[in-house]
Ligand binder design. Structure first.
Ligand code: FMN
Length: 129
């Protein structure tokens, strides 16, 4: 069952926007090109990291990383994205006030008709207990 097939009285675009705007989970979308520049973040991203959209649009998600970020997790992410696989992982990330937290995030590609990734979508949560 897909949500769009069940809500015939509502535009799927409006539903998608409402879901992302009201999501408690941080959503980040990047271009699928070198250094994956950020094209979109939702309000939950700002709540999680302290960064406003205009501070991160056009930049690499690497801005969230710092000295304690686990490089082996990032290497696995790079390999998963190159292979077209969905990635899940956890690593230390840093807010714009330099405080750290454990980020748990999942990244998956949005592909064109030829199967080539056009965007990457990340769903991100604070995993600090
Ligand atoms: C959509 C997307 C979201 C990402 N989100 C995060 C994140 O929240 N935290 C993080 O440490 N790295 C994140 N990254 C990973 C870095 O941008 C980068 O891909 C990773 O450090 C590997 O870099 P490399 O290919 O230069 O080795 C994200 C990458 C993508 C494509």
């Amino acid at each position: 069952m897909t949500v769009s097939s069940m809500l015939s009285l509502y535009h799927i675009d409006d539903l998608l926007n409402a879901l992302i705007d009201h999501s408690l989970t941080s959503v980040m979308i990047t271009k699928a090109e070198s250094d994956t520049p950020i094209v979109y973040v939702n309000d939950a991203f700002t709540d999680l990291t302290g960064y406003q959209p205009d501070e991160v649009i056009g930049k690499s998600p690497k801005l969230l990383q710092g000295p304690d970020t686990d490089q082996t997790v990032l290497d696995r992410l790079r390999d998963d994205l190159a292979a077209g696989r969905t990635f899940e992982g956890q690593a230390v990330n840093y807010r714009n006030d330099c405080s750290s937290f454990d980020m748990f995030w999942r990244v998956f590609p949005l592909k064109d008709d030829d199967g080539k990734p056009v965007y990457f979508v990340a769903l991100q949560e604070n995993a600090t207990h």
